[in-house]
Design a protein. Structure first.
Length: 167
């Protein structure tokens, strides 16, 4: 599909989504839960010596741990992630979700915060677990996945609103 046709398709989808009560969209309770794989970091291609690479890898790991991140949901992500965790129930067809995701990607994400992107349409079990009925819902969770707080960000789909909703 060429870029112009794709842009027109997305514009039509956005107009339809806005016309149907903001972001409230399909809620297929019959579908099964699925998980998305986490985004893997790109491999580094460096001509540095192994000693230099090991030192740089240690620095990169420390920097990654300190910096905030935006990752796709998988079954182990909550338990294996340190720091503050927030689930972002995202639908690709939702203009509010896309606006929030654009801000997240523009960053900066605060240090120690991991935003976990959950596919709203496919993850019905997670939606039911946390009582999520609208996309653009964020749920702060602890290390065990227990809900700490929840907020729908349709009125203000911004990174600031997400950060300010922290418990």
């Amino acid at each position: 599909m060429n870029a112009n046709r794709l842009a027109v398709t997305f514009s039509l989808m956005a107009a339809l989504a806005i016309g149907v009560s903001g972001c409230a969209g399909p809620s297929d309770q019959s579908s099964t839960s699925s998980t998305d794989g986490a985004t893997a970091p790109a491999e580094s291609t460096s001509s540095a010596s192994p000693t230099d690479e090991a030192a740089a890898a240690g620095d990169d790991a420390a920097e990654a741990a300190a910096a905030g991140s935006y990752v796709d949901f998988n079954d182990d992500i909550v338990a294996s992630t340190a720091g503050t965790k927030v689930l972002f129930f995202h639908a690709s067809w939702c203009p509010k979700c896309r606006a929030l995701e654009k801000e997240i990607n523009a960053g900066p994400i605060p240090a120690g915060l991991t935003i976990i992107k959950v596919d709203y349409d496919k993850s019905t079990a997670l939606r039911q677990r946390y009582g999520v009925t609208l996309q653009t819902t964020i749920v702060y969770v602890d290390d065990d996945g227990s809900e700490l707080s929840k907020k729908v960000l349709t009125d203000d789909p911004s990174l600031d609103a997400l950060v300010n909703a922290a418990p």
